[in-house]
Design a binder for this molecule. Sequence first.
Ligand SMILES: [Zn+2]
Length: 282
Amino acid sequence: MSTSPSIATSQAAMKRTKRGVPEGLWIRCPGCKASIYRKEAEKLLNVCPQCEYHFYVSALDRINQVLDDGTFEEWDGHLMPADPLEFADQKPYHERLTAEQRRTGLSDAAVTGGGMIRARRVAFAVTDSAFIMGSMGSVVGERLARLVERATDEKLPLIIISGSGGGARMHEGILSLMQMAKVSAALARYDRAGGLFISVLTNPTMGGVAASFASLGDLIFAEPKALIGFAGPRTIKATIRLELPKGFQTSEFLLQHGFIDRIVPRARLKSEIARAIDYCGK
Ligand SMILES: [Zn+2]
């Protein structure tokens, strides 16, 4: 890891490459296939007005949606990813990192910091699926572990919103896998100190992220119809050679089977988190 400018300086870059719902005045909703007016979906926090399909939301948009205006303060933004294995797939990992940083305006897939939710101070993190599938490498793991430790020291409720389809980041090999244990151990200490951890799962939350911190919440919320699981459905099907049940690995299926506690539509997420914090007396 090395040092370089943080998220504040990259916000201008984010504006140029605005993501969320696809470009164009009208867009086709992947949920109901209807043509919907893009501005209308944006007004609804990137949710389809017809079928409530939840479109992708960037880390910065998520911060704006969930935290009180202007209260977010980034922590550990100076940690920068390195390429210790000199890994290369279609292209060298260090080149991929530079390209992803330029495209997303983020230095890595997780943004962590402090902020307020309806005037309640919280430790907050979000992972962004646009950055190498939101996968967890050393920087994501280290930022999250430090966030949890600071939440423990300052006795803050902890909110982590996961949008991580990539799980552990294969480009960093075993160093990525170690992040699962590191963050989980920090969460265990946080738990013993009496902290409240609310984990929010969004589409998609898979692999080593689902198999570590994302599943360890005292409360686990999920956005409607999010894909949540460990291995993808195709991999499982090819391995066990059985038809998978209908709706397998969706929020709704997981709620029914007790894996998550509540499905929370995006528009209600902020209020529901605030309510849970109050309910738990934190
Ligand atoms: Zn729709």
